[in-house]
Write a protein that binds this ligand. Structure first.
Ligand SMILES: C=C(O[C@@H]1C=C(C(=O)O)C=C[C@H]1O)C(=O)O
Length: 357
């Protein structure tokens, strides 16, 4: 067996040598792309180009790799390439170990410079003031809907959407307490509590345990270590980083629990990828039929409305609202640009980007 193993390992070494040479060859081309972009002041990160590479490779693939494997390997290659072209700073909803951190690392790779920020507002502000080139924030959970703070910041500041990321979300229950009956406080992010209602009801329904919302699930993991008689609902990674003992895994209500994250940047435009989504904010005059007229234009031009979310204006006491809309297509698609131009004064375009779901 040892001899056979040695022989197979020799084969692997030989393939690795070729891979290394090929990766270096790729990087020297990337370097030229980087120089060209820098001399033209062009954007380094091109998500639509990266998607087309993965699509093309998947189409060519007749080996053992799955799409997920191809994606994982190449996203890391792209991230290394981008860092080679120009190292980018990425701000995210921290502290380290948050689900947002995992989403950010998945897209920007291990070699980017990451800045953990303590709340969603700070991520938007850091992007808006260009202290970081990119920001990563949670936007929506498939079971609990939108993250209000994120949606509202798009209204308040002028930042653009670069790309979306979708991650399966599994929550962990971590505490220094040996007995559940010793737990007096449970820390987590508001949306995470909502994703674990059944667990909370079953294990703490008849107790006077206090539910304490904090800015992120990874902050919750820190709190659970700092405060006696407390626990956190957080990611497995956050619990481990903070040395918080895990009492339960997978405490989310449904096993298909998923969260969508957005990458944001100050000034960013994507080229068309062929499967894009456009997000806009819509503020309509408070008169009869204004939403109906607007939606009728969508219908007349064949625009598919993916989602519409109603948010409060927050400026006075009269309950006025605005809308956050996801549409199928790219702003450069004629049917979309026509309608958006027509209603230009009521619309704020937030970006057109590769559509994952
Ligand atoms: C090299 C480029 O820059 C980045 C890196 C890519 C890559 O490694 O293939 C692809 C797109 C860009 O995000 C490019 O635009 O072609």
């Amino acid at each position: 067996m040892e001899k056979a193993l040695d022989q197979l390992r020799e084969q692997i070494d030989s393939v690795d040598n070729q891979l290394l040479a090929l990766l270096n060859q790729r990087m020297s081309v990337v370097q030229k792309v980087g120089e060209l972009k820098k001399s033209n002041n062009a954007i380094i990160y091109r998500p639509e180009r990266e998607k087309s590479i993965i699509d093309r490779l998947e189409g060519l693939n007749d080996g053992l790799l799955t799409r997920g494997m191809i994606e994982a390997v190449f996203l890391e290659i792209f991230a290394a390439s981008r860092n080679f072209e120009l190292p980018e700073r990425v701000g995210y909803l921290g502290p380290p170990g948050s689900f947002t951190h995992q989403a950010a690392e998945g897209r920007f790779g291990v070699t980017s410079e990451y800045i953990p920020l303590s709340n969603i507002q700070s991520v938007f502000e850091s992007v808006d003031t260009e202290r970081v080139r990119f920001g990563v924030i949670p936007i929506e959970n498939n079971r609990q809907g939108f993250v209000g703070e994120s949606v509202d910041m798009f209204y308040d500041l002028d930042v653009k959407i670069v790309a979306e990321i979708v991650l399966p979300i599994h929550h962990t229950f971590a505490s220094r307490c040996d007995q559940l009956s010793d737990i007096k406080y449970i820390y987590s992010k508001d949306v995470a509590f909502k994703q674990c209602r059944k667990f909370l009801r079953e294990y703490f329904g008849n107790t006077d345990v206090e539910i304490v919302p904090v800015d992120s699930t990874s902050k919750a993991a820190q709190m659970a270590m700092e405060v006696d008689n407390s626990a956190a609902i957080c990611s497995d990674v956050a619990a481990k980083i903070n040395n918080a003992p895990i009492l339960f895994h997978n405490i989310e209500d449904t096993s298909d629990n998923q969260t969508r994250f957005l990458i944001i940047s100050k000034n960013f435009t994507n080229k068309k990828s062929g499967a894009d989504k456009t997000t806009v904010i819509l503020k309509l005059p408070d008169v009869v039929g204004s939403l109906a007229t607007f939606l009728q234009d969508f219908r007349d031009h064949g625009i598919n409305l993916i989602k519409i979310e109603n948010r409060p204006e927050r400026t006075d006491t009269n309950f006025k609202a605005w809308f956050y809309l996801d549409l199928d297509g790219h702003i450069e698609d004629e049917h979309i640009s026509k309608v958006l131009d027509k209603h230009g004064d009521k619309i704020k375009w937030l970006g057109s980007y590769v559509k994952l779901i």
